[in-house]
Design a protein around this ligand. Structure first.
Ligand code: BMA
Length: 336
């Protein structure tokens, strides 16, 4: 691992705390958690499952798309900005999408966004209500003010659409998780590619839930989390796994390494979780026992990683780790 190479732009000032002296965990929580309270907006019931990226604008160094459910419990996407990645100014107005084909640009609801910079544009993917059914919406922006909506990537029902940060084999690449209309009791991760961000195909299976006796936290369903991170060992993917317990679903997250050129080929997959709901803000809220990662920031030179995750479908938490240690953990606890 001495020769490990981590891709990405330098981010030396990213949010960071060292592992507490008493901790033996691979990932540890931010002492300021939850970093975003549920009522940051005048009309927000909850703010969670949200995505951030480095983005310079005036005093700000980061931008994000936030899932803000309002007090009607309508799922909406809002833009936010931050100087330090910890304290966020989220706009009260939800985002408006422009330019879509009229058949597609009929906003119903949007949730669980991801954001990625590919070449000179920021692409947002989210779970988009199309005639009331979930599929993967896509839009791009270069200023976090105007969002240009493209075609939905897939047919309903689908969730957890996560783009790779560059073309692979000359095509855009996306992970997704075909689902049902509701609280899906199954879920595999698939890979799809597109020459133009409009037509998606060449669908490949990446991973199914794990056998219960090998790794129960991911035995019911799984879904891609943040945008994969390119390293010389493969794409580092954090993904959520769900365990259907006698008291309902429990959402934790772990890690996998995917082949760089054929990312549907899994090199290693963690049998142990990286983080599982145990703090009060992860176990108490609108949906108890949910840790749902949607974004990371990382600094290639130091290997520092910060993971933004939704907690109990109510607030946003932040956890830290080191990419080389997470790769080593993924291989050490590999269940393949
Ligand atoms: C999933 C999505 C997520 C949510 C999770 C737990 O199906 O709705 O937004 O965090 O369930 O409720």
């Amino acid at each position: 691992m001495n020769n490990l190479k981590i891709m990405g732009n330098p981010l030396p000032d990213m949010p960071w705390e060292e592992r507490p002296a008493a901790s033996r965990e691979i990932m540890w929580r931010c002492s300021a958690n939850p970093i975003i309270p549920r009522d940051l907006l005048a009309t927000s019931n909850s703010i969670f499952n949200s995505a951030v990226v480095p983005f310079k604008k005036g005093k700000y160094n980061y931008a994000g798309i936030f899932r803000c459910d309002d007090t009607n419990i309508r799922m909406r996407l809002h833009v936010g900005f931050s100087a330090d990645g910890l304290k966020w100014d989220i706009l009260e107005e939800d985002i408006r999408l422009e330019g879509a084909d009229p058949e597609v640009g009929t906003w119903v609801y949007g949730y669980d966004p991801r954001v990625v910079k590919i070449e000179d544009k920021y692409y947002v993917t989210w779970c988009n209500g199309y005639h009331g059914d979930p599929t993967i919406g896509v839009a791009w922006t270069d200023d976090f003010q105007t969002f240009h909506q493209l075609e939905n990537a897939f047919l309903p029902y689908n969730r957890n659409g996560v783009l790779f940060p560059r073309k692979i084999g000359g095509r855009y690449a996306m992970l997704s998780r075909p689902s049902d209309t509701g609280h899906t009791p199954f879920g595999d991760i698939f890979y799809s590619e597109s020459p133009d961000m409009e037509f998606w195909g060449r669908h490949r299976l990446v991973m199914k839930p794990a056998p219960f006796e090998k790794s129960a936290w991911q035995c019911t369903k799984i879904g891609a989390g943040p945008v994969p991170i390119e390293t010389s060992e493969g794409w580092l993917l954090l993904y959520h796994g769900v365990h259907g317990t006698c008291n309902g679903f429990v959402y934790a997250f772990g890690s996998a390494l995917l082949d760089l050129d054929q990312p549907w080929k899994v090199i290693a997959r963690s049998g142990a979780y990286l983080l599982s709901p145990r703090e009060s803000y992860e176990c108490m809220g609108d949906v108890p026992n949910v840790a749902f990662p949607c974004a990371t920031l990382h600094d290639p030179a130091t290997g520092r990683l910060a993971v933004y995750y939704g907690c109990a479908d109510t607030v946003v938490g932040l956890a830290f780790g080191r990419i080389p240690e997470i790769i080593e953990f993924t291989r050490r606890t590999n269940i393949l």
